[in-house]
Design a protein around this ligand. Sequence first.
Ligand code: HEC
Length: 124
Amino acid sequence: MDNHLAQPKVLAQRYIWIAVALALLVVAIIFGIYFSRVSDPYILNVLSMKGDRDRGSAIFQINCAGCHGSQADGNVGPSLRDISKHKSKIRLIDQVISGKTPPMPKFQPRTQDMADLLSYLEKI
Ligand code: HEC
């Protein structure tokens, strides 16, 4: 009699453990990706620098405004207004240097230029 009742309980416990293990795995993967980016020396360097927003704005006009609009309000590329509310600094840097969303090209700015650009992107 007891066996009938105990079985589903044991099964349920097993599923809970599997769910916990999967959740831990997902967390570990997310942290892994995050730390592999944070430990990228280029990104670390950029994050440690103080950006100059005016220089960043000039860099934006030359390299980015053609696609994203001179007011960063979008053209071929999407509007970048309030972009820092949706994307972290690391993801913004990654977007500029990775070239993984064509037609946006892969840029290789010097770290100071990237820091300046970042300070502009954070205040548009
Ligand atoms: C040749 C056109 C082009 C140029 C030049 C360009 N971009 Fe883009 N950019 C795009 C397109 C198209 C997308 C959308 C890509 C996608 O998500 O598929 C994009 C996406 C982005 C995004 C992500 C937007 C979002 O909502 O997630 C950011 C940030 C960005 N660009 C910044 C820049 C910066 C900074 C520069 C200059 C250094 C630049 N882009 C130059 C075309 C361009």
